[in-house]
Design a protein around this ligand. Sequence first.
Ligand SMILES: Cc1ncc(COP(=O)(O)O)c(C=O)c1O
Length: 401
Amino acid sequence: MNDGRFGRFGGRYVPETLMVALDELATAWRTLRHDPEFLAELRDHQRKFVGRPTPLYEAQRLSEYHGGATIHFKREDLCHTGAHKLNNALGQVILAVRMGKRRIIAETGAGQHGVATATVCARFGLACVVYMGVEDMRRQEVNVRRMRMLGAEVRAVESGTATLKDATSEAIRDWVTHVRDTHYVIGSAVGPAPYPEMVRDLQRVIGDEAREQYLSEFGTLPDVVMACVGGGSNSIGMFTAFRDDPGVELVGVEAGGRGLVSGEHAAGAAGGTPGVLHGSYSLLLQDAAGQIRRTHSVAAGLDYPGVGPEHAMLSDTGRASYLPVEDTDALAAFRLCTSSEGIIPALETSHVLHHAGVRARALGRGGRVLVCLSGRGDKDLHTVAETEVPADESAAVPGGA
Ligand SMILES: Cc1ncc(COP(=O)(O)O)c(C=O)c1O
């Protein structure tokens, strides 16, 4: 990638008013990412504010339950605010301060990115506006309260499906109007260049730490590295560190919703076609006329009709594969992880946990599966409580309570 493209994907498809701001951002990022002072400041905050490095954890009882490969979690749920989103928000806000921007805007789906951005803005004393679809505000009410408590203004978006796609469109509209003093902290590896590259670089810390921890603990690399894919930031952060390890398979897990055949899903890479959304050319869920299709996922953070352009390229080249997991399987995985490991995972993360079980069984004993545990599920208790309780899987866990 050198011109904002990842193979045939990426680029900048934005109104002319944003081109200068994107150029300015690209120049600032390419300079600062190698600047020792900026990097030292970032690392210091990562250590003292975010809580890095996050641990590598063996999910022993879950591995036993599946009776196959050993599953390890990279514990991004232990980051301050409860998800990997803080890695990106922190880096972008430090960058914005250095660029002299005093107003921050963001979009959010599950609320984790909104909370992360509001948190860093509180820490640095910056004004913060977060756009959020009313449907997501309903599902993720706790995070709305958290953002407001942190001093952010949460602007309700009622257009379209009132979810992440619509919140992103509103945030872009705001940015077009206030571009001089405002930095738009995009929360995933999507959007016009340089965002996908910048978000990847900021999330790469997850994969770099995990690779180092894995090697120093086991002297070898995992067979498979897996992460859930909304826009694709936690996954690209993991994948980038292992991309040049040909023996390591990379698997992205998407929201299969009510099944690919039903059309009610959010599997942009597995079920999408090339097109333009939110300033970038990538894989999207769209109809024959190029109109964005309605999406569905039980996990608000995966409920987005596309994936970042680098994922589109990794899918095209076959370096990574992208698999959908349905709501019911994600909910069952949520319950299983909670009851067998004492870790309540986010619903987004639960999608990858389902597939980690499938792969662990297929690989068999001696195999090694590394999962990005992208966030914690406190925010999802309300959604889970609303769903019908499937058969109690904890009974099937060896020694399960
Ligand atoms: C816990 C968690 N995991 C994953 C995601 C998906 O985002 P991404 O694909 O950018 O990692 C979200 C989005 O809100 C999230 O909150």
